[in-house]
Ligand binder design. Structure first.
Ligand code: MG
Length: 240
């Protein structure tokens, strides 16, 4: 890791990673995944409306709107407007996960990973460091994303996944406390990698180590802390 121009190793018992802006380009989400889900939503709901996850999501949106579940157009419109405004609503995340999964399995989608990510995951995994993902995208979407990377199937390297329904919001310390508890690892043994300072601050407040990821071209990144890397190549993780 670069700290004032030098490499600094981090000792940890597990590494927890954000996806968007950290392992994968944010533009992939906004330019590829969101528009794909937006286009596929009406057909998905009409083809899969009887299946439990889809039916549950439709019911949740309809309840929020105060309309009947038969008012599919209103439900679709609401979901699409959440996509447009990047609202992290649970029923939307659930449906997007299913739609992307189908897109990947049909070969219509592959996911972006920065080129330094696969070798780093391989190296850390080989060193016996558990690799954990914490992203606002649903756990199903996380599996699909890692399994369908441009560089091949990376999901096998991932030991655990958390999302906002299983852990809570990413800018709240309590979410990181919950993850530490679920992993059974004391906070100081965990290191969180993210491109968003508010998330790093929340993890830090929970007692975690944090490393900012500030990649070239990722304009949404808000990393302000000194401990940061521009690539996973600069990060030397040791199990301890
Ligand atoms: Mg991010």
């Amino acid at each position: 890791m670069r700290l004032n121009g030098t490499m600094v190793p981090i000792t940890c018992r597990a590494v927890v990673m954000d996806i968007e802006g950290t392992t994968s380009a944010a533009r992939h989400v906004y330019d590829v995944l969101f528009p794909y889900a937006r286009r596929q939503l009406p057909a998905w709901i009409s083809d899969h409306g009887d299946e439990p996850v889809t039916a549950g999501a439709v019911r949740e949106v309809a309840d929020q709107l105060g309309v009947s579940i038969d008012e599919v157009d209103a439900v679709v419109e609401q979901l699409q407007s959440w996509i447009d405004q990047d609202v992290k609503a649970a029923p939307l995340k659930a449906l997007q996960g299913l739609i992307w999964e189908q897109g990947y399995s049909q070969g219509a989608l592959t996911s972006h990973m920065f080129d330094d990510v696969p070798p780093a995951l391989h190296e850390w995994h080989s060193a016996g460091i558990p690799l954990v993902i914490y992203s606002s995208g649903s756990v199903a979407a996380q599996h699909a994303l890692f399994a369908n990377a441009e560089q091949g199937d990376l999901d096998a390297f991932i030991d655990d996944n958390f999302d906002i329904t299983t852990a809570g919001p990413k800018r709240e310390a309590h979410s990181y406390q919950r993850i530490a508890q679920q992993l059974g690892i004391p906070a100081p043994g965990l290191v969180f990698l993210s491109d968003v300072q508010a998330e790093l601050d929340a993890a830090s407040e929970a007692g975690w180590q944090t490393v900012g990821v500030l990649r070239a071209g990722e304009e949404q990144a808000t990393v302000a802390q000194e401990l940061r890397v521009a690539s996973f190549t600069d990060l030397e993780l040791r199990l301890g």
